[in-house]
Write a protein that binds this ligand. Structure first.
Ligand SMILES: NC(=O)c1ccc[n+]([C@@H]2O[C@H](COP(=O)([O-])OP(=O)(O)OC[C@H]3O[C@@H](n4cnc5c(N)ncnc54)[C@H](O)[C@@H]3O)[C@@H](O)[C@H]2O)c1
Length: 305
């Protein structure tokens, strides 16, 4: 401790394009925290709902620009909008490689791909929940071209919304979410379809296991299909892993799955320098960033990590 005041950068304004479940929730969370937030949506009802929560509606976007539109329009949603030349651009799309290609190609190191690991099977501005990000992991991609100060700026927005930030490369992100999100959607679809084929008696007896195992496939099919098609290679590889698991003897498989699902490794606090390799190592260890300070970030890793 030097006792000297630590210079703090003023929090940049945030502009959110797409004010549905994810974008409306982020804008509402930041506005509720007293941040300057503007936003835009093609749907007037979404604009009105966001305005009622303190979001300034307009086409001029500066500071940290967050794209929270459906995956198929991520590449075009900024057309016709006025993006400040020094703005940092990020998105919340569920797949990163195709978005990195389009937005990274357009904005270079000013683009930082992101993916908050939250959301429900509901969609649209009526699903807005300012508490949506609280305690959620928010993957933020660090590619060789990503400008680290901009990555930190986007991380600060995610932290301000209540999330914990997980650094990862685009490829690492897409492989990881294929295993924990995209394959679960496919399995949920298969379970539901097989239960339907089993007949009305099976559906009448369906209870907790069926509900928990199929919840995600109640999501908008267009959304799920866009995500799966956008991450087809990693999703197929992750599905192959599941097929291999299903080939194991059942007692062995049940024990292995139970061990992973019930493990509780605990957390060890860590400080990580503002360095690309160190941040990526934190993400690979299963840890997350919880606070940004002047010369380092604070976070945690699983005990023993
Ligand atoms: N729903 C989830 O669980 C979840 C979780 C994490 C990430 N995501 C990602 O977040 C993004 C948004 O998903 P969502 O669930 O909030 O969807 P949503 O349908 O709730 O909201 C999307 C909003 O974007 C608006 N929009 C559509 N085209 C637009 C355009 N060209 N310009 C401006 N606004 C436009 C729509 O009017 C709508 O308000 C997607 O890319 C999705 O992959 C979703």
């Amino acid at each position: 401790m030097t006792g000297l005041p630590v210079p703090t950068m003023p929090a940049p304004p945030v502009a959110v394009v797409g004010l549905g479940q994810l974008g409306g929730s982020l804008a509402a969370a930041l506005a509720a925290a007293g941040r300057e937030v503007s936003g835009w949506d093609v749907d007037p009802a979404a604009r009105d709902a966001a305005a009622a929560r303190g979001v300034r509606i307009g086409r001029e976007l500066s500071g940290v620009v967050v794209l929270a539109v459906p995956l198929p329009v991520l590449g075009t949603a900024l057309d016709g909008l006025d993006v400040a030349p020094d703005a940092t651009v990020t998105d919340v799309g569920s797949v990163k490689a195709p978005v990195q290609e389009v937005l990274g190609g357009r904005f270079g190191g000013r683009y930082v791909g992101g993916h908050p690991m939250c959301g429900t099977e509901r969609s649209g501005h009526a699903a807005t929940d300012p508490a949506l990000f609280r305690g959620a992991r928010w993957a933020l991609c660090l590619e060789p071209a990503t400008e680290l100060p901009r990555w930190l700026r986007v991380a600060e927005v995610a932290l301000a919304a209540g999330a914990e930030v997980v650094p990862a490369t685009v490829a690492e992100h897409d492989a990881a979410v294929a295993a924990v999100s995209h394959v679960p959607h496919l399995l949920a679809a298969a379970l539901a379809a097989a239960a339907g084929a089993a007949g009305p008696l099976a559906l009448a007896l369906a209870a907790g296991s069926f509900r928990d195992g199929t919840r995600v496939i109640a999501s908008d099919p267009a959304f799920v299909t866009a995500v799966l098609e956008g991450n087809a290679g990693p999703a197929e590889a992750a599905l192959e892993q599941v097929r291999a698991q299903l080939a194991r003897p059942w007692p062995e498989l049940v024990a292995a799955g139970h061990a992973v699902r019930t493990a509780d490794p605990g957390r060890r606090p860590v400080r990580v320098p503002l360095d690309r390799a160190a941040l990526l190592a934190l993400g690979r260890a299963g840890g997350a960033v919880t606070r940004r300070l002047a010369a380092f970030v604070e976070g945690w890793v699983p005990e023993g990590g």
